[in-house]
Design a protein around this ligand. Structure first.
Ligand code: HEC
Ligand code: HEC
Ligand code: HEC
Ligand code: HEC
Ligand code: HEC
Ligand code: HEC
Length: 435
């Protein structure tokens, strides 16, 4: 009899649970849909027709902007450089084309707008970009037409998302893992609410029965039972929920791992001494090569030994606690234990001098604006896709390199209009980077 009543009384709880789940799944799906449509807007970018922008042009500019400019620029706020929205109204198109191609040349030539900007931004130099006019125009089209909350307008992390294909991967990864986190939280809440509701109802029922009913022995015994944890644990619903939470938690962990295998972009460990590249390479303009002496000569860029620091710090800032750490290292004859930031897996071969000396690639192209970093972080994804993309796009630095003369002739006679890129010279062959 009682069990019958109880079953009846369970009904509201069950329907409550079902309702919660339904609400949740509707909510979750709604969230997903919202995301998709948001992306739709960004991709098509037909939004504000500010500069009469062509949507196709703007979406080409979107990718270029995110891969090359977003580390220093956002649309609506100052990051390293100025907020770019409205820039086509501040400068003529010809000026913008020249600026992006080589801003320092403009500053040196004494162009008033350029010099003022340069001074306003603490004489930080914007890198030069070997873009075509059309590419720069597409970036400007994107800058003027992108919706206000556009991704890429924002903090360092958003600005340095992996390039190209990887960006899509990372985006999906973040969404999935956010979704998982949400699911996990909701499941835990449901579980807690359920336990509480059960306890309250059991309590109310017990009291009610005790007061109002004449009970037979059997029922009285049931009623006399105290609340038992083991019973709750044995309940199918509770077990099911616990299992669900466990599975989601596990999936969440593995997904995070799988989606980010080996990619350590933005990795920024704490270093044993508060050494600042901004101070040394930025403010005091010490050449990279002064400390990383092997970077133009050999495969690896070395990390300077304490002796190099002593060239200056035997005199400068002797009283500083941070500098005393250098002295201690030298006294104890122990190297300073810098934490390594960039690290390719052993299966890949990378050579610095080939890129810096032979290829003429700037450190900043791969390492980002190191001279503005107080603490160095990994700017590029260092994935295979990243290496290969650049090899496809970058023309070989063949000038004054006799080794390439014949190759260039051969290439030009076969397909004259295609640029002679690293990949036309075999830079995307597996064996170049893997043996
Ligand atoms: C390493 C940081 C950095 C990167 C990357 C960078 N910029 Fe800049 N940019 C700056 C700084 C700093 C300034 C301010 C002027 C100065 O100090 O030279 C600037 C200024 C500008 C200006 C002038 C803005 C104004 O308000 O007048 C434009 C336009 C511009 N950048 C476009 C670009 C584009 C397009 C890209 C990508 C292709 C890009 N920048 C990438 C740092 C950067
Ligand atoms: C005064 C010496 C000094 C100068 C100048 C200097 N560096 Fe460094 N660099 C260091 C030291 C010390 C470390 C290790 C500690 C750290 O990561 O901050 C380091 C670390 C780095 C790393 C990270 C290495 C890793 O662990 O993966 C990069 C990349 C780097 N430097 C690039 C540059 C570039 C580019 C320049 C020039 C713009 C430069 N450095 C100028 C001393 C210097
Ligand atoms: C070419 C000269 C030079 C070299 C080499 C050099 N530094 Fe410096 N360092 C400076 C100057 C200049 C300052 C700024 C001093 C000031 O603010 O008065 C400085 C400041 C510092 C500071 C900040 C000290 C404080 O308490 O404000 C630290 C830490 C430091 N350096 C560590 C290092 C380390 C570690 C190395 C070796 C990897 C190194 N430096 C190599 C010139 C140098
Ligand atoms: C083409 C891209 C590229 C350029 C250009 C580049 N680096 Fe690197 N750098 C890398 C990669 C990739 C690694 C990781 C190498 C590894 O783990 O074997 C790295 C690692 C480093 C390290 C850590 C030590 C090491 O060799 O692993 C330092 C320091 C460094 N770079 C400094 C520089 C400096 C200074 C310049 C400019 C003179 C520069 N890099 C130019 C891609 C580049
Ligand atoms: C910013 C552009 C850029 C990036 C990023 C880049 N490279 Fe390169 N790489 C070049 C250029 C330019 C050359 C051609 C140098 C020359 O003139 O020989 C080159 C040449 C090479 C070569 C020699 C190819 C040949 O034909 O002999 C190898 C190997 C190589 N890169 C490996 C890598 C690896 C591994 C990575 C990623 C960790 C990488 N590169 C990332 C620009 C890049
Ligand atoms: C320009 C240099 C470059 C070229 C060319 C290149 N790779 Fe890679 N590859 C890398 C780098 C760097 C990594 C390590 C970074 C990573 O795991 O994404 C890598 C990683 C790999 C991995 C391991 C992936 C993992 O997750 O551990 C495989 C497999 C691979 N490459 C196969 C190939 C094949 C096959 C080719 C020829 C079609 C090729 N690579 C051409 C640079 C290159």
């Amino acid at each position: 009899m009682i069990s019958c009543t109880l079953r009846l009384k369970y009904k509201p709880i069950l329907s409550f649970l079902v309702a919660t789940f339904l609400t949740f799944s509707a909510f979750a799906q709604g969230g997903e849909k919202a995301d998709v449509s948001k992306e739709g807007v960004t991709a098509a970018a037909p939004a504000a027709p500010a500069a009469g922008a062509d949507p196709a042009l703007a979406s080409a500019g979107d990718a270029l902007f995110k891969n090359n400019c977003a580390s220093c620029h956002a649309l609506d706020e100052v990051v390293v450089g100025p907020a770019l929205r409205g820039v086509t109204k501040r400068h003529s198109q010809a000026w913008l084309l020249n600026w992006v191609k080589n801003s320092s040349k403009m500053v040196q030539s004494g162009d008033k707008e350029a010099v003022k900007l340069f001074n306003d931004f603490n004489k930080q130099q914007m890198p030069s970009f070997a873009f075509s006019d059309d590419e720069i125009k597409s970036i400007m089209a994107y800058v003027e037409s992108a919706p206000a909350s556009a991704p890429g307008g924002g903090d360092k992390v958003a600005g340095t998302t992996p390039a190209g294909d990887d960006q899509v991967g990372a985006g999906v990864g973040n969404d999935v893992s956010r979704y998982m986190d949400m699911l996990l939280i909701v499941l835990v809440i449901v579980l807690i609410v359920m336990v509480i509701t059960l306890l309250i109802i059991a309590n109310v029922l017990t009291n009610y029965l005790k007061k109002n009913r004449e009970l037979n022995e059997e029922d009285a015994e049931v009623l006399g039972h105290r609340f038992e944890v083991s019973k709750v644990l044995k309940s199918k619903v509770v077990r099911g929920l616990a299992l669900a939470i466990f599975v989601v938690a596990l999936l969440d962990l593995t997904l995070d791992k799988v989606l980010g295998v080996g990619i350590q972009q933005n990795y920024q460990p704490k270093q044993p001494i508060a050494f600042s590249h901004k101070l040394h390479a930025g403010d005091h303009k010490i050449d990279c090569n002064y400390c990383h002496t092997s970077v133009y000569k050999s495969k690896n860029a070395n990390i300077p030994s304490a002796n190099i620091c002593m060239n200056c710090h035997s005199q400068i800032k002797k009283e500083s606690a941070e500098i005393k750490k250098i002295y201690t290292a030298i006294e104890k004859n122990r190297p300073i234990e810098w934490v390594r930031i960039h690290n390719l897996p052993d299966l890949a071969y990378f050579n610095h001098s080939q890129h810096t000396k032979v290829g003429g690639v700037e450190c900043q192209t791969c390492h980002g604006p190191i001279e503005t970093m107080d603490v160095v972080y990994q700017y590029s994804p260092l994935t295979m896709g990243w290496c290969i993309n650049c090899h496809r796009e970058t023309p070989l630095n063949t000038q004054g390199n006799a080794y390439y003369d014949n190759l260039v002739k051969l290439h030009d006679s076969n397909n004259a209009d295609a640029p002679f890129t690293v990949s036309s010279n075999g830079g995307t062959e597996c064996s170049k980077c893997h043996y």
